[in-house]
Design a protein around this ligand. Structure first.
Ligand code: CUA
Length: 394
């Protein structure tokens, strides 16, 4: 019986060996540095430190692998049993010189790797000296909130945006991060390694994008670098993405100025005005927007919801949902997972959980727990109005 089984399993293995190899080579080809979200294609000095360390380890590991394989094949070919020769090989037990060598050599290799590793950890983790741009980051299930404490409008309202992080090139950016619910991890591979974002705790991360990155297009638009939440955080973890928009310092200042402008309350009788009514009725329970109309500038909805750890530079409370003052100017929404186009927006407003896996039925607003936007059963007319409104809020 057993012999039979073996006979059958041999051709089976042969049949699958080649396809497995082919599949592996195709799959592993995706690990090349061409992807925009790759740590092997660093776009700044911090990520370059990590990449160079990776290169060093890879070279050393390759040398070790090749040497071991050579020794292995020499041993099995040179010392295999020859036909008609049945002399017993020399029986050896222990070899002090050899054993000392293969203990000391790896220790030396690890020591060599440890020097740039420890140096790199201090470089990457250290608080930057000199000029820096501070940004507060709050991780939510399942989106990112970004606040710029240095930038406020005339009434002291702090610049707030979501999922799309805008930074100047050639400047150190210092993120102060926390989470409202579970552990997330902020990761923009071309700019730095990943860093956990922990509820009730504060962590920091430095970013620095090389000057000129704002002109380079790697498939997401000039100066755009994709990132991703890198810690499993529930249903929509895969759709908790982000994008970094790198600007020249002058363009960054222009972006800041535009973000500090309020959105306009639409003129009466327009489709957007109908959307504005729906917005006030449905959306302001969680979303906020700063608007300007006949009565002056006011904030719709509330931004003061839940206290955050004190160490955050300026943000003391987190929002339940993205601030929508400049929603129309964003290229994506829903955790930077969907292009900000009518088609996706209509689908989202009809039933958000259809587009992105979320669990809004378990929301408990009084406890500050939000697991996604609920289905409000909006009519197609209400949806059209909201889209018209959000398009004008760019
Ligand atoms: Cu947040 Cu995964």
């Amino acid at each position: 019986m057993r012999a039979n089984d073996n006979k059958r399993s041999t051709p089976h293995r042969k049949r699958f060996g080649l396809p497995t190899l082919l599949f592996a080579s195709v799959a592993l080809a995706a690990c090349s540095g061409d992807g925009a979200q790759s740590a092997l294609d660093p776009q700044g000095p911090i990520a370059r430190d990590i990449d160079e360390l990776w290169d060093l380890v890879f070279v050393l590991a390759t040398i070790v692998f090749v040497l071991v394989m050579i020794a292995f094949f020499v041993a099995i070919i040179r010392f295999r049993a020859k036909k008609g020769d049945d002399t017993e090989p020399v029986q050896v037990h222990g070899n002090n010189a050899l054993e000392i060598t293969w203990t000391i050599l790896p220790a030396v290799i690890l020591a060599v790797i440890a020097v740039p590793t420890v140096q790199g950890i201090f470089d990457i983790r250290g608080e930057p000296e000199g000029e820096r741009l501070d940004i507060d980051v709050v991780g939510h299930q399942w989106w990112w909130e970004f606040t710029y404490p240095e930038y406020t409008d005339a009434d002291g309202r702090v610049l707030t945006t979501a999922n799309e992080l805008h930074i100047p090139s050639g400047e150190t950016v210092y993120l102060t991060m926390t989470s409202t619910d579970v552990i997330h991890s902020f990761w923009v591979p071309p700019l730095n390694g990943k860093r956990d974002v922990v509820p009730g705790n504060v962590s920091n991360l430095k970013l620095f994008a090389d000057p000129g990155i704002e002109n380079e297009d790697r498939g997401f638009g000039a100066g755009v670098i994709p990132g991703q939440c890198a810690e499993f955080c529930g249903l929509a973890h895969a759709d908790m993405r982000l994008r970094v928009f790198v600007h020249s310092p002058a363009d960054f200042e222009a972006w800041v100025a535009s973000q500090l402008e309020p959105a306009q309350i639409p003129a009466e009788g327009t489709l957007a005005a109908a959307g504005y009514e729906t917005f006030n009725l449905r959306c302001t329970a969680c979303h906020a927007a700063t608007v300007s109309g006949p009565e002056g500038v006011e904030v719709l909805g509330s931004t003061a919801f839940w206290p955050l750890p004190e160490a955050l530079t300026a943000t003391t409370e987190y929002a339940f949902a993205p601030n929508l003052t400049h929603f129309g100017g964003r290229t994506t929404f829903g955790g930077a997972s969907f292009d900000n186009v009518r088609e996706h927006l209509a689908q989202w407003l009809a039933n958000p959980a259809d587009l992105k896996p979320m669990d809004p039925d378990r929301n408990v607003i009084s406890e500050g727990r939000i697991l996604g936007m609920p289905n409000f059963g909006l009519s197609s007319q209400e949806i059209e109005g909201l889209i018209a409104l959000l398009e004008t809020w760019d």
